[in-house]
Design a binder for this molecule. Structure first.
Ligand SMILES: Cc1cc2nc3c(=O)[nH]c(=O)nc-3n(C[C@H](O)[C@H](O)[C@H](O)COP(=O)(O)OP(=O)(O)OC[C@H]3O[C@@H](n4cnc5c(N)ncnc54)[C@H](O)[C@@H]3O)c2cc1C
Length: 378
């Protein structure tokens, strides 16, 4: 039987996340967008609210939500501000390789650390010369006795350098390309440090750094899976991340549409609220259509994951559609606001800037179309 309703538990968690976004995120969103400071106290509040590692199982100290419920939470947080939501999404991104490829011992050890206090995690895959082409990573990991020594520079890393734990992708055998890539758990400390902090168009409450690996020695037991499994771990992690990007995109689009509806009802021109003009009403209706469709797509992809079914294609479809929707909706919302929409005094230009990143990260939408195309033609 097909059922589109949320369970009572999911509705309760959604409500908690919504209230958290309303009280702890929205009032700070404009300030942190403007200053680009990192909101450290937010991590503490998110920890207390049980939002730092939502889908890590309870036995490892996480919140034990299924992935669909975690995505519903993600929609609410991004409704509050996608920059703040990104801090927690980067926690998910950084810790998911441990969840997917860690041994029982690794999971107990590292989630024990991550979930016991307010912490940050990061995933460091991208490099200056390796973005879409993740297989051309130049960072190296050389085995020396019972340690690996990591060297290289990662760029555009969310929570990078600040993170208590970073999952780092480095090559243990450059001659093997993607099959030479391995994944390591790297705790904060000697050998790993933040480089340049990026100044961004949007999602400015989240910190995006270069991560420098300078003779970073990690015990061999910090290798996730086996040598050469890094690319597979990265792709499995990104499948989940793409669904999270979908839910965050829906959160931004919904927030923007709500602002447009309110504004159109109170802005009077030609003696009538502009919401009464069909041209404006149709723009709002198109937003509602697209958001509804986008939500169903992220929920379907997340549901497949919770059922243990393949979802790579659906994750790519969801990521592409939802982020394209967020971009179109937020652009139209600025249009509904007219000149005021272009002004920083109003919140909607920020939605448009925040929406853009979702078409780029975790694999650009061009790369997603390649993933979808390959699967449907194979
Ligand atoms: C704010 C921010 C946060 C990020 N956070 C993280 C993080 O936490 N961890 C991490 O590892 N990375 C992170 N990234 C990196 C992000 O995932 C990459 O930027 C993204 O994958 C694209 O890589 P690139 O920027 O090098 O673009 P490029 O790969 O150089 O792409 C440039 C253009 O070429 C297109 N293109 C490239 N190859 C093809 C192809 N084969 N066919 C068609 N078109 C193609 C792309 O779609 C794009 O339009 C972040 C990026 C940003 C901006």
């Amino acid at each position: 039987m097909l059922d589109f309703s949320l369970s009572d538990e999911q509705k309760a968690i959604q409500q908690v996340a919504h209230e958290f976004a309303e009280k702890e995120i929205r009032p700070l969103a404009a300030e942190y967008d403007e200053t680009e400071h990192f909101p450290e106290e937010f991590v503490e509040k998110a920890f207390k609210a049980g939002l730092t590692y939502p889908y890590v199982p309870e036995e490892y100290g996480g919140q034990g939500m299924d992935f669909l419920t975690a995505c519903i939470v993600g929609e609410e947080l991004a409704w509050g501000c996608c920059g703040f939501a990104t801090i927690l999404n980067a926690n998910n991104l950084g810790s998911t390789p441990i969840l997917l490829a860690g041994t029982e011992e690794q999971k107990r050890k590292w989630f024990g650390e991550l979930t016991s206090r307010p912490t940050l995690a990061a995933m460091a895959l991208t490099e200056p010369g390796a973005g879409s082409d993740a297989g051309s990573v130049q960072s190296t990991a050389v085995r020396e006795g019972d340690h690996y020594v990591l060297n290289g520079t990662k760029c555009f890393i969310s929570n990078g350098g600040l993170a208590d734990v970073t999952t780092v992708f480095a090559s243990t055998d450059r001659s093997k390309g993607t099959r030479g890539l391995s994944c390591f758990i790297v705790p904060k400390g000697e050998g790993i440090s933040p480089g340049k902090k990026e100044r961004k168009m949007g999602v400015r409450a989240s910190a995006t750094y270069e991560v420098i690996l300078d003779n970073c020695r990690v015990p061999a037991e910090n290798l996730l899976g086996e040598e050469g499994q890094g690319f597979k771990i990265a792709m499995m992690t990104l499948d989940k991340a793409r669904v999270s990007v979908g839910s965050a995109s829906v959160g931004i689009a919904r927030a923007a549409m709500e602002a447009a509806v309110d504004y159109a009802k109170q802005r009077v021109q030609f003696g009538r609220p502009v919401a009464e003009f069909q041209a404006v009403q149709f723009m709002l209706a198109d937003m509602a259509i697209q958001i509804e469709a986008a939500r169903l797509l992220y929920m379907k992809a997340a549901w497949l994951e919770t059922q243990g079914l393949p979802f790579t294609k659906e994750a790519a479809i969801c990521k592409t559609f939802c982020s394209d929707v967020a971009m179109r909706v937020t652009t139209d919302v600025v249009q509904v606001f007219g000149g005021y929409g272009y002004m920083r005094e109003y919140p909607v230009e920020k939605y448009m800037r925040d929406a853009k990143i979702n078409q780029i990260w975790d694999g650009t939408n061009q790369i997603q179309r390649m993933v979808i195309g390959r699967i449907i033609t194979s």
